[in-house]
Design a protein around this ligand. Structure first.
Ligand code: PRT
Ligand code: ZN
Length: 227
């Protein structure tokens, strides 16, 4: 059960940011017993409750004022911000407190290796599969190039080989997945890493601000030690 005076921090339940997020908290000296099936884990030695959720839910939980802190990829945060903005929904402010040293990747446009790619006009009006339609749209709009996109959440790289799309827009870290699927990166759309984000500062009580500052100082110390 949430106690009002405890700070709420949302992290990814399972996935690429999950272990790094838990490890960061552990290195900050925070004692938490994570149980496999539990949605909430309470720190024993600091007034923080950790909420374990899907990464896509974290920006909304912050923007809607449900939790005070979150650890999420910049790609997911920016996609959510753009989706709310482009749909004309109320965009509640958030703050980026700290760039974290994990979850490093970039969102890229990729096409078949054999395609003769000159510039972005080479994919004008082609069909692009992506999990990030708003980041993709922002990039193409900025370049004033028309395109068609459809959303696939997962296995985006397979879309091309299955004949569903002409190009894909997906996250890349080592590039091995693109290579294994006969694809090459042609446009770098968005650089990303994990972020510690918070609700709008004015919405947070003085007591909770104090806990945030304490956590932030420890996080900065851990990052510095790892440099
Ligand atoms: O279940 P949930 O919704 O929480 O998780 P998810 O499946 O949506 O996300 P997950 O766990 O795959 O990724 C979480 C976050 O990790 C992303 O939003 C990024 O911020 C970050 N991240 C860092 C990555 C990668 N690197 C990455 N390489 N996310 C995904 N990938 C995938 C990419 O989509 C592609 O399939 O890895 C493949 C490419 O990797 P390379 O090394 O072959 O280039
Ligand atoms: Zn996700």
């Amino acid at each position: 059960m949430f106690i009002k005076s405890r700070l709420r921090l949302a992290i990814q339940k399972s996935g690429r940011l999950s272990d790094d997020s838990k490890n960061l908290l552990m290195r900050c000296g925070i004692k938490i017993n994570f149980q496999k099936s539990s949605l909430i884990a309470c720190a024993e030695n600091i007034l923080i409750d950790v909420l374990l959720v899907r990464d896509d839910d974290i920006p909304g939980l912050i923007m809607d004022g449900v939790v005070e802190l979150g650890i999420v990829g910049a790609n997911v945060l920016e996609e959510k911000r753009l989706s709310r903005y482009m749909k004309g929904e109320q965009v509640i402010k958030y703050e980026i407190l700290q760039n974290l040293d994990f979850g490093i990747c970039h969102l890229s446009l990729a096409v078949p290796i054999e395609m003769k790619y000159k510039n972005i006009l080479s994919v004008k009006d082609l069909k692009i599969a992506t999990s990030y339609p708003y980041l993709l749209k922002k990039y193409f709009d900025k370049n004033n190039v028309s395109f068609n996109s459809f959303v696939l959440n997962g296995s985006v790289e397979v879309a091309l080989n299955a004949g569903l799309s002409d190009a894909i827009c997906d996250l890349v870290s080592t590039g091995a997945t693109l290579e294994a699927n006969g694809l090459k990166e042609v446009e770098r759309i968005y650089d990303s890493n994990a972020l510690l984000i918070s609700q709008n500062n004015s919405k947070i009580s003085t007591e909770k601000k104090y806990i945030i500052q304490k956590l932030l100082t420890r996080i900065q110390g851990v990052i510095k030690a790892r440099e």
